[in-house]
Design a protein around this ligand. Structure first.
Ligand SMILES: Cc1ncc(COP(=O)(O)O)c(C=O)c1O
Length: 412
């Protein structure tokens, strides 16, 4: 047999467990040092981190499956939904808190599938996205057994409206746009895409998992932000992750609908078993209450002024990084980003080899087929100069690429 973990015959002392956990954890990505550019959104504020940790601990053992046993969790969930709904412009009861962007996306696809079946008699609905849409849509199409039609984006990295229109068919149940998309950080032309959808009675989803908790603040700070939320006619659902730029710990996203009627396609009631009525509003059964409480605490602790302050830091940091990168001879942003993430590449250097040097210097840039990828959080402001100096060195000193593949996510 290969050497794999086995249940110990005798339990191990707590201090030994903690020491081993700490040792193992020390080998993980150093996001607290500003060296991670995805996965964790580092607010760079220990008081904030400490608060959400304390709140998470208080609810660590609690189960949000039955809200009637947990009036405190129920109220926090309703509050998070209502606050997100206010921010994005829909009614305060037309959404749900989910475990993350992928679950929010799954649910919006499932709602569109069932809506198409029930109201348009489409037995085999289709999902239509640009090819920059997050893989969660392809995964949802696979798990929910619906056809996924994907359309290449234009040269600016945005969904190509004409090409999307040409791909709309009688079976299209949902059209998707991103605000912004992960690979390039650009916002799709949501107004045009949503108009296309609504003229044909098709639902439209804006994937604002990334932008949902940042773009509204950038807009208030005076940044030009292309319209993408419920103010755009035809947008019928939005995903917005609180565990990204809402600055809570993992396990919290919001899926919102234009009406509670649409949300109801998501609900599940079942009493054909001996256990009594089982009802649930999202795809999970047992749900950790901690992320709901964490999201509630993060939003209330930051408030509008806190989010505006952090959004300004992220905006400043994005400029610092993007201008710094473009000032290095041989490097360029591949697309002009609309938010705090982008891809950069090179026409004269092997960008993968530059990535290798940056890896060796402890930076964890994400790799894409077209270049290296950065997503900026408030804490990155503190490391901007060191990063840019290392990047300039990497450009002038790199050798052959080690051939590291472009990956996102993983399977064990
Ligand atoms: C645009 C976009 N949509 C959806 C997701 C999926 O979110 P999650 O990883 O929380 O499931 C991500 C994750 O980065 C994303 O960038």
């Amino acid at each position: 047999m290969t050497d794999h973990a086995r249940i110990p015959a005798h339990g191990r002392p707590a201090d030994e467990i903690l020491a081993e956990i700490d040792q193992r954890h020390s080998l993980d990505i150093d996001w607290r040092g500003g060296r991670a550019f995805s996965l964790v959104y580092n607010v760079g504020d220990h008081a904030h981190e400490n608060l959400i940790e304390q709140v998470g601990l208080r609810y660590l053992h609690d189960n949000a499956l039955n809200p009637f046993k947990y009036p405190s969790v129920l109220q926090m969930e309703l509050d998070v939904i209502a606050m997100a709904a206010d921010l994005l412009g829909t009614s305060p009861d037309a959404g749900a808190v989910t475990s993350g962007g992928t679950e929010s996306i799954f649910l919006s696809v499932q709602v569109a599938r069932d809506h198409a079946r029930q109201t348009r008699s489409i037995s085999e609905p289709q999902l239509l996205t640009a090819d920059t849409a997050h893989p969660a849509f392809a995964k949802a199409a696979k798990y929910l057994d619906i056809e996924h039609v994907k359309v290449p984006v234009g040269a600016d990295g945005r969904a190509d409206v004409e090409a999307m229109e040409a791909s709309v068919g009688d079976r299209t149940a949902l059209i998707v746009g991103s605000a912004p998309c992960y690979p390039y950080g650009v916002i799709d032309p949501i107004s045009d895409l949503a108009r296309l959808a609504s003229e044909r009675g098709i639902l439209f989803h804006t994937d604002a998992c990334l932008g949902g908790w940042l773009l509204p603040w950038w807009e208030r700070l005076g940044e030009p932000v292309m319209p993408w939320d419920f103010r755009v006619p035809g947008v019928t659902s939005i995903s917005a992750d609180v565990h990204k730029y809402g600055y809570t710990f993992k396990g919290a996203s919001v899926v919102l609908y234009r009406s509670r009627e649409l949300l109801q396609h998501q609900f599940f009631w079942y009493d054909e078993w001996p256990g009594g009525l089982y009802a649930s509003g999202t795809s999970a059964g047992t749900r950790s209450a901690a992320p709901i409480a964490g999201a509630w605490a993060a939003i209330n602790h930051l408030g509008v002024d806190g989010y505006l302050r952090l959004a300004d830091v992220v905006r400043r940091t994005t400029r610092k990084f993007s201008e710094g990168i473009e000032s290095i001879d041989g490097l360029r942003l591949t697309h002009a980003p609309d938010m705090s993430l982008f891809e950069f590449g090179s026409d004269s250097h092997d960008i993968a080899a530059i990535g290798d040097v940056m890896d060796d210097r402890g930076w964890n840039l994400d790799r894409q087929p077209g270049g290296l990828h950065l997503m900026l959080s408030p804490y990155h402001e503190a490391v901007a100069e060191e990063f840019l100096a290392d990047l300039a060195t990497a450009v002038s000193s790199h050798g052959e690429s080690r051939g590291v593949a472009a990956t996102y996510g993983g399977v064990v």
